[in-house]
Design a protein around this ligand. Structure first.
Ligand code: CP3
Length: 386
């Protein structure tokens, strides 16, 4: 018993990496900070590097480029975490779907519009899938070697529903109607696709952690687009065939957020921890409302919930146990606005999370038109210098 106690103590040794310390449950003040999309077009050095390189996906598979742009915001701002430069859509690409990024329009995929298209995807266990992603793991290993010791390195992937909605619709907002239609029409096909994404992405996160990531974030950016209710029948009777037993809902009436978001994420969290004990996992639950955000940690087993800008952080903190770790919430538009409004927004986040475990971040990704000086002002305010 003494030995177990000692062992636990050493496993829980407080990390010098502040973001990891918060994920272990410590309230660190002022909270450590990073920004979603911190490597991106608002940075002149990113635009310069980007102009030299090829297509966006080529960049994601080029460790030289990906390492460089991941480090750029760390050098400039000294963020407490670096997030691997890649994209959630490398997974559909690795599964064999055509993915391209159209300048000024965002991602385009050949829509997965039915069972025939689903049948053309690579199987979850096909070794070609992880071979395709090998440059990402090399990037992670090189990053961990090059980053300052105190910087937490985050890996990531999209949540199954968010990735599935891009795969089905072929594009992001506002064209999520196809994903909803398929979800309401052929629920068994959606179950099968989600199940395959759970398996592949669990493996993907494990490999990022084994390559050197300190923690991972799962982006459920499209939680808000889940169909409100499932068909009364629970969907067509003809199963697709390869859905894991554990993926099937206990009751056909399980709400869509539970069935296609919280439960698949819970399976990923458990699957990752089975292979990487104690792995730290953040789930960003954009658009799921205060109730959805409050359910993420208890229902998925994640270590922290990433909070979108639409949620009242103070109300969320009042609704959940004080031990729950939160991240984010600052409105990206306030960061564009800057000035006193930005100072006030930083103060509001600090007031809502004083003495509580929180990681400072935005409520969604930073946008290309954000002035760099506003990021500096935000950090100065946060660190008590402005
Ligand atoms: O956060 C980071 O700095 C790490 C890198 C990262 C990118 N995309 C780089 C990127 C991460 C974590 C993502 C996640 C991602 N990608 C999400 C989830 C987060 C969210 O924003 O909700 C989603 C939905 C995507 C899909 C995606 N990729 C879209 C919708 C777009 C187009 C939007 C845009 O700004 O053009 C991308 C492209 C993309 N991913 C860019 C970057 C830096 C811009 C590409 C360019 O340089 O031209």
């Amino acid at each position: 018993t003494t030995m177990t106690g000692t062992q636990r103590e050493s496993e829980r040794k407080p990390s010098e990496r502040k973001v990891l310390r918060v994920l272990e449950g410590d309230a660190v003040g002022p909270p450590p900070a990073w920004m979603m999309r911190q490597a991106g077009r608002y940075l002149p050095e990113y635009r310069a590097t980007r102009a030299e390189a090829g297509s966006f996906l080529d960049l994601c598979y080029s460790p030289d480029f990906a390492v460089e742009v991941t480090l750029q915001p760390i050098r400039r701002f000294g963020f407490d975490a670096a997030i691997l430069f890649s994209d959630i859509l490398v997974i559909p690409h690795a599964l064999g779907q055509d993915v391209r990024f159209v300048e000024g329009e965002g991602p385009r995929l050949d829509p997965l519009d039915g069972r025939a298209a689903y049948g053309r995807l690579r199987e979850a266990g096909d070794p070609a899938v992880m071979t395709h992603l090998a440059p990402v793991f090399e990037t992670v290993t090189r990053l961990r070697a090059e980053l300052p010791g105190e910087t937490t390195l985050l890996g990531f992937c999209g949540a199954p529903w968010t990735v599935a909605s891009y795969m089905i619709g072929g594009r992001g907002t506002p064209d999520l109607a196809p994903a909803r239609a398929l979800a309401e029409g052929d629920t068994a096909l959606v179950d099968a696709l989600i199940d395959r994404l759970v398996t592949v992405q669990t493996d993907y996160l494990v490999r990022q952690l084994e390559a050197g990531a300190d923690a991972v974030q799962i982006f459920e950016s499209h939680a808000g687009t889940l169909p409100r209710a499932l068909p009364a029948s629970g969907g067509p009777v003809e199963p697709v065939g390869d859905v894991a037993e554990s993926a099937l809902p206990d009751a056909p009436a399980a709400d869509a957020l539970t069935r296609w978001s919280l439960r698949p994420i819970a399976r990923m969290v458990a699957g990752v921890r089975a292979r990487v004990p104690g792995a730290k996992i953040i789930v960003f639950a954009r658009g799921s409302g205060l109730d959805g955000h409050a359910r993420v940690v208890p229902e998925t087993g994640a270590d922290a919930v990433g909070v979108d800008w639409g949620v009242d952080l103070k109300a969320l903190r009042a609704a959940v146990p004080p031990t729950m770790v939160t991240q984010g919430n600052l409105h990206p538009e306030t960061l564009i606005e800057g000035g006193a409004a930005l100072d006030a927004a930083v103060d509001t986040v600090l007031a809502a999370t004083a003495g509580l475990p929180h990681i400072f971040n935005l409520g969604h990704g930073i946008t290309p038109q954000t002035p760099v000086a506003h990021v500096e002002r935000m950090l100065a305010r946060l660190r008590g210098q402005g």
